[in-house]
Design a binder for this molecule. Sequence first.
Ligand SMILES: Cc1cc2nc3c(=O)[nH]c(=O)nc-3n(C[C@H](O)[C@H](O)[C@H](O)COP(=O)(O)OP(=O)(O)OC[C@H]3O[C@@H](n4cnc5c(N)ncnc54)[C@H](O)[C@@H]3O)c2cc1C
Ligand SMILES: NC(=O)c1ccc[n+]([C@@H]2O[C@H](COP(=O)([O-])OP(=O)(O)OC[C@H]3O[C@@H](n4cnc5c(N)ncnc54)[C@H](OP(=O)(O)O)[C@@H]3O)[C@@H](O)[C@H]2O)c1
Length: 608
Amino acid sequence: MATIEETAQAIPILVDEPATKPKLQAEVVEATPSVTRSQINYPHSNLTLEDRHVDELRPLKVGVIGAGLSGVLAGILLPAKVPEIQLTIFEKNEDVGGTWLENQYPGVRCDIPSHVYQATFSPNTQWTEEFAEGKEIWNYWQYQARKYDVYRYIKFNSNIQTAQWDDKSSKWVLQVEDTKSATTSHEEFDFILSAIGRFNAWRLPKYEGIEEYQGHLRHTSNWDSSFDVTGKSVAVIGNGASGIQLVPNIQPLVKRLDHYARSKTWIAGTWVGNERVFGPQPFSSDTLQSFQDPQAYLKYRKEAEGTYWRGIKAMRRESAEVNAMRDDYIGIMKKRLKKKPELLSRLIPDFSPHCRRLTPGPGYLEAITEDNVDYIQTPIRRLTKTGIETIDGHHREVDAIFCATGFNIDFAPPFPIQARGVDLNKAWKPDGEVGYPKTYLGLAAPGFPNLLFVGGPHATGASGTVPHSVENQLTYYAKILRKVSSQGIKSIAPSSKAVDEFIEYADAYFPTTPLTDNCSSWANGGRPGARIHGAWPGSASHQTFIRREPRWEDWEYEYLSPSGNRYAYFGNGRTTRELDPDTDMTRYLTLPSEVDLRNIHESWWQWP
Ligand SMILES: Cc1cc2nc3c(=O)[nH]c(=O)nc-3n(C[C@H](O)[C@H](O)[C@H](O)COP(=O)(O)OP(=O)(O)OC[C@H]3O[C@@H](n4cnc5c(N)ncnc54)[C@H](O)[C@@H]3O)c2cc1C
Ligand SMILES: NC(=O)c1ccc[n+]([C@@H]2O[C@H](COP(=O)([O-])OP(=O)(O)OC[C@H]3O[C@@H](n4cnc5c(N)ncnc54)[C@H](OP(=O)(O)O)[C@@H]3O)[C@@H](O)[C@H]2O)c1
């Protein structure tokens, strides 16, 4: 079978002008030419012209925290889209991939089709399975990092411990821990992009006795593959997507499995019509062969991905679609629980589908009906040396406890990010001075200049795809970085008023959706009834439309020029480009057959 290296389509980086400083070859225009004042009969300008060309860009030092797929995409797109960028990506692990590097529990795989969960510009025609295993997804992103030379920007084993904004220098100072030598250093940046992932800071439950338990205890994101579950008695705590994926994959191997599921949950059956079965769903060699035809493959991709943009109807509270979905899922669950029909009423939630993130859970319902599984909804009281005790006093001994107990979903960054006396790590916590992740369109925070979030709060809608959303967000950030680097801007932050109005919109929108039903989910920080911060208030298409062009009026700026004149960067009234005899000044002239009137004079990289 062909490898990704052999088959992926090479997509050239679309920069026809190298991202290097333009060279100045010809005459230098005198910045403040002498004029005879007597010829001028209007008041003298107080502005001293700067001796610079308007297209001389300020090289921006940009630090990205995290090299999961978001950090890798940043390493591909930002150098292509932001001339003069000086990029560093910090990654605490030894390699790229984030989620897909760290999660190695049995059965970890995407529940979105492989051909949909990939970079839009660099598809892999040869995914082996319709829903790839974690390892194959990790290989894909690692290959993208190699293909686009992203590794040159990454510092591995570099754990960011703090980020501190210095108003005097208008720089972010990162404290970086070298996890190998346990030493720390400091690095300064003009901009920080936080790409630390929503599901990276994993959480063990805080039960009394957890320290005393003497068996094997692991979070699913911290799996120890040297531990063999065969023939053991084990507990799995949690029935989110990780628990639902783990249970059927270890149930046939273990002697006994106690599944602690304190909340009820929907099992979706299929995602947007993709048929799901337990285990691999490999592509046939004929299908893989047919994907070698670029036109056929593009058609397949467009059909597969298109369905992910239209799922929003079922996000209307009590809509006919939600009600139909509820009935459909009850039917599916009933069928799959036929061995133990009594479980149905213990599983069906009183909240709507889509309140929690849906999962098709192939094999899960079948697994929990097996005789070696105990489905336990009684809350846990404590852990003991040998097992788990529930509040009814029942003690169950186990050789291993697997905690599929989720992540730091309050979205408060897991390390201090401080500016102007506020620390997001504390302020965004439910008991903090803000109390939730208060952002501008999920992109930036008021009072935190030059700080941008990738895949953070409000990152994606209920539809669309994660890679598309990340690419789109990075494209928005490229526009910000180009503006700052070319327009004499020192710092940029969203205005408080814009943020308040966005929150007002989101607070009006979410109650129209099942997300505000009475459930615990990562969209509400695991707190039923709490403000929704995990999802975009609208569909993915809605989000893409809004993020197409920045609303510059929503941002506040500080300028580099001490004059305070926002146009000081206009400089000497010339561009370096026009002074360079080798520059093509008429790139807007093309063959008439290539003209698309919608694109006329729209591209940022082509101007006289
Ligand atoms: C088990 C699992 C399965 C999933 N399945 C799906 C799926 O089927 N479909 C889907 O759309 N999404 C799925 N997701 C969500 C998935 O996390 C995202 O789709 C995507 O991988 C996020 O990429 P990311 O780069 O934003 O974050 P991550 O992949 O989490 O990467 C974040 C990176 O930041 C690094 N980092 C964090 N803090 C620091 C620090 N202080 N200093 C330095 N580095 C730091 C981490 O080490 C990590 O490499 C799944 C998540 C999990 C946990
Ligand atoms: N491709 C996939 O199939 C896949 C697989 C894994 C993850 N993911 C992605 O990653 C996200 C996170 O999934 P996740 O399952 O790891 O986390 P999760 O959805 O947050 O689920 C965590 C589970 O642990 C339970 N829990 C937490 N603390 C507990 C405690 N102290 N005692 C008992 N139970 C406790 C929660 O119960 P409550 O609900 O009662 O709080 C919940 O059932 C998913 O939503 C999805 O986006 C996808």
